[in-house]
Design a protein around this ligand. Sequence first.
Ligand code: PLP
Length: 352
Amino acid sequence: MTVRLRPAMASLPAYVAGRKSPGAVVLASNESPYGLLPAVAATIGRLTSGVSRYPDMTATGLVEAIATYHGVAPEQVAVGAGSVEVVGQIASAVIDSGDEVVFGWRAFEAYPIITTVAGGTSVKVPLRDHVHDLDAMAAAITRRTRLVIVCNPNNPTGTAVGAELSAFVEQIPDDVLVVIDEAYHHYADPAVVPDALLAFRDRPNVVVTRTFSKAFALAGLRVGYCIGASEIVTAVRKTQVPFSVSGLAQQCAIAALGDEDEVRRRCALTVAERERTAAVLRELGYDVPASQANFVWLPVGDDAAPFAEHCAGDDVLVRPFAGEGVRVTTGLPEENDRFLTLAESWSRRPLS
Ligand SMILES: Cc1ncc(COP(=O)(O)O)c(C=O)c1O
């Protein structure tokens, strides 16, 4: 007799992590290229001996620091081991077997995995011109819908929806939860992309997720959080794996919140480099949708995998989505130049 797994496991897609290779230029995982924030490096030096003990399970200090940073009550903040876990906690809190989760596609590849693991059904609404089609998403909501996820800016296209998000949220029934995943918020132009924490502060069915993995350069320590109405946050806290955010991660995230000037400075560098990269790519003839994140999207279709191999051949790792396109994280200027040289040689390759 063999152990019986849930039937859904057979079709569960595996999360594909960006490639890593010693010495390579890694532009495949949307990480910060600048290393630890100075305040975080100092915190790690001080705290290493504490890792022999369990951390504060409720992450009180971190929750309070996040609440102060955003001007909300601590009861409105829940944390998890990365915002991917927080989205999973949210799904666990609202999804029952067969419930529907509506999201644009393609968006963050963890959404269908999280949905299936929670026992739900993914309703993938195709993007229009690489941007969330909010009208189609609203039309996709049924009586079975319990959760709607808007990835803004969107991974992997980098595109964002603007003021039209408000009218969309207004249309969502009060008993359906809307998650606005703002993992890339710091790289977005505030004149174009709404800050959902400000725009939807008073909407009890909106939860906003953020991460320390991108602009705060803490991807390896695993901290993310959500902000929403306290009734929802209480449920999201219940579905967290106990102690999933280590003490070191909690303290480093607090230190990172205090290094805001350095975070802003680095983000400005990344945005300038992103725009430079996109401009050169467009001159080379690539279609590059406007990005509001720390990466650009090249919708090269069937060329995605061979393009990525072409780059990997010179130790530059980018993230292909077979048959669709390639996502290229914005790195340091010299790293971006290495990539652009490869993009140029690819565009000039002889037609076979
Ligand atoms: C849109 C989006 N949300 C969430 C995450 C998860 O980030 P983390 O779990 O590292 O906080 C990512 C990571 O790539 C992402 O692209």
